[in-house]
Design a protein around this ligand. Structure first.
Ligand SMILES: Cc1ncc(C[n+]2csc(CCOP(=O)(O)OP(=O)(O)O)c2C)c(N)n1
Ligand SMILES: [Mg+2]
Length: 557
């Protein structure tokens, strides 16, 4: 005999899952008790938002499905912000929430929310409530399958306490303890030939490299395609970029998509691979793409293909697979001839062929800053020089995210994780999760002072799990996105010079004391010289560390 909870753990283990992130209550005792078994660990997180982001970081680092356990309605409610992030990032996750004993339904019991899946239905791919004990292993197995299936995303299961504890009849034991199928999405080779030839014969081709690429291992092959065909490349927009989709220091890389980039203004053929087109932040006014550009889109999400701009060719398929296929065609298809290739090369480079300097780096302004604070661009340049060649960056730096893309050398063996979801409180816990999943790399969280405070207690997890994550707080004194927004809004606040809801002062937040309170070493840096020392000090040890980097507020508005 075994309980539904124990059988659910057996299903997870059969799927190679060896840890659950969560925050339990007494409703989930059967599940928590069942984690005490060989090959399964429970990582206590000090808020459910922390659990979701840590599981996400771990899942993304190990290319697996993160699993989270939370307590009833109250714990589920705390998962919402990061579930919104994960849904936006197409990140697979399984959340199992304990629910009250099914016999209590409708009696106004403690923590009662009559429809737990209803709490999360809008921000998950699927949300179910178990109606029989034997449904738990079945839906855990199916939940993993649905979470992984393209476009991947979070799945939620509410499991009433009495069903978690119930013993299963023998025929239900072992029935679902098998690996959930992976879905392969192959693109058709003939269509790839058409695409290759459209790209090769175009006058002014453009490649848009999207997040699905960063999550694959095909970026080096895309670099080769761009180089051989001489095609300029842009990434997704800054705020939707959540992965390293093309080396940002490559001569053919023109930065994140922006309708004002010269190379975006006049393409005749656009190939968007695994890219969202687009996730609008505000009403765009003018179209982002010139009418008449022939658009080809490839990706795992049918809803994104031809979403806002009509395509000439739309292929539902895996971005990495498509790139591998296109790369193979380099050996067999006709490439543009000599002088045409030269013309294309100079357009792709977007800068004089002799200069080895990346144009966007030169463009980035790093003028003087008030004494006692650094320019965030300079900080990032220093970080780029000092951090290891295989460092993994976890970025939730809001207004500094564009500078991360331009000043920090993202390429080679470096990895980059961000969120496109807009919900603050993902970065610090996600970095702890990435570091757990990538023990041989150093992981650096680059987080805003405002965003860091939404789930700062993830520092405790870093100390508790002894993972050497380095948290760099880019401290500009508050919510500069709000401050800048109010300035651009140009009404009462701009006229009076008073900016409510944006300053983290009176008292100033003491990040170092907070970090030490959670068992993490910490230091303040006010200058470039101190930043260099602090980064070396943090890297010298295998303990987690926080660096409170004071950057100039005035850079942001
Ligand atoms: C959960 C959540 N609450 C509120 C917001 C609104 N918001 C957007 S940016 C921002 C300020 C972020 O401050 P910080 O992390 O310091 O970055 P900065 O704006 O200074 O670059 C806030 C509060 C949000 N995105 N998510
Ligand atoms: Mg800030």
């Amino acid at each position: 005999m075994t309980s539904a909870a124990r059988e659910a753990i057996a299903v997870l283990k059969a799927n190679g899952i060896d840890r659950i992130f969560g925050n339990p209550g007494t409703t989930e005792l059967a599940l928590l008790d069942a984690t005490v078994s060989d090959g399964m660990e429970f990582h206590l997180c000090l808020n459910e938002g922390v659990a979701v982001a840590m599981a996400d970081g771990f899942g993304r680092a190990t290319r697996s499905v993160g699993v989270v356990m939370v307590h009833t309605s109250v714990g589920t409610a705390n998962t919402l912000t990061n579930l919104i992030n994960l849904r936006s990032d197409r990140s697979p996750l399984l959340v199992i929430a304990g629910d009250k004993d099914d016999r209590l339904t409708g009696r106004g019991c403690f923590c009662e929310v009559p429809d737990m899946p209803g709490l999360v239905r809008q921000v998950t791919k699927e949300a179910w409530r178990i109606t029989l004990p034997e449904k738990l292993p079945e839906l855990v197995q199916r939940g993993l399958k649905v979470a992984k299936a393209p476009p991947s995303g979070p799945v939620f299961i509410a499991a009433p306490e009495n069903y978690l504890q119930a013993e299963l009849a023998p025929e239900f034991i072992g029935r679902h303890a098998r690996r959930a199928d992976d879905t392969t999405m192959r693109v058709h080779p003939e269509q790839l030939v058409t695409i290759f030839n459209m790209l090769a014969s175009a006058e002014r081709p453009l490649l848009i490299a999207g997040n699905e690429l960063g999550a694959s291992d095909a970026v080096p092959l895309l670099v080769k395609i761009a180089e051989r065909l001489c095609v300029p490349v842009v990434g997704e927009e800054v705020f939707t970029t959540n992965a390293l989709n093309f080396p940002t220091d490559h001569a053919f890389y023109h930065g994140n998509f922006s309708p004002t980039l010269p190379v975006v203004r006049d393409p005749d053929v656009v190939l968007a691979i695994g890219a969202r087109m687009f996730m609008e932040y505000g009403w765009p006014g003018e179209p982002y793409l010139r009418p008449g550009a022939r658009l080809i889109q490839i990706g795992r999400d049918a809803a994104e293909l031809g979403k806002l701009y009509p395509t000439e060719l739309a292929l539902l398929g895996d971005a990495g697979d498509a790139v591998r296929g296109l790369h193979r065609l380099l050996a067999t298809q006709t490439l543009p001839a000599g002088d045409r290739l030269e013309q294309r090369r100079s357009r792709a480079r977007g800068r004089p062929a002799s200069s080895e300097e990346n144009p966007r780096r030169a463009l980035a302004s790093t003028g003087p800053t008030p004494a006692g604070s650094m320019h965030p661009g300079r900080l990032l340049t220093l970080m780029s020089e000092i951090l290891p060649p295989d460092v993994a960056i976890v970025d939730e730096s809001v207004l500094s995210k564009g500078m991360m893309q331009s000043h920090f050398r993202l390429g080679g063996h470096r990895r980059y994780f961000g969120t496109s979801g807009g919900g603050l409180g993902w970065g610090v816990p996600a970095a702890v999760g990435v570091q757990l999943g990538m023990p041989s790399r150093r992981v650096v969280a680059f987080v805003g002072d405002g965003g860091a405070l939404f789930n700062i207690q993830a520092l405790w997890s870093a100390a508790h799990l002894r993972v050497p994550v380095i948290v760099v707080v880019v401290n500009n004194g508050g919510y500069m996105a709000v401050r800048r927004g109010l300035g651009q809004f140009d009404q009462a606040c701009a006229r009076s010079g008073r900016y409510p809801g944006s300053a983290l002062s009176g008292p100033e937040v003491d990040f170092c004391s907070i970090a030490r309170g959670f068992g993490v070493r910490a230091v303040i840096v006010n200058s470039e010289h101190e930043a260099v020392d602090a980064l070396r000090w943090a890297l010298d040890s295998q303990e987690p560390a926080l660096i409170d980097a004071r950057v100039a507020e005035s850079v942001y508005y």
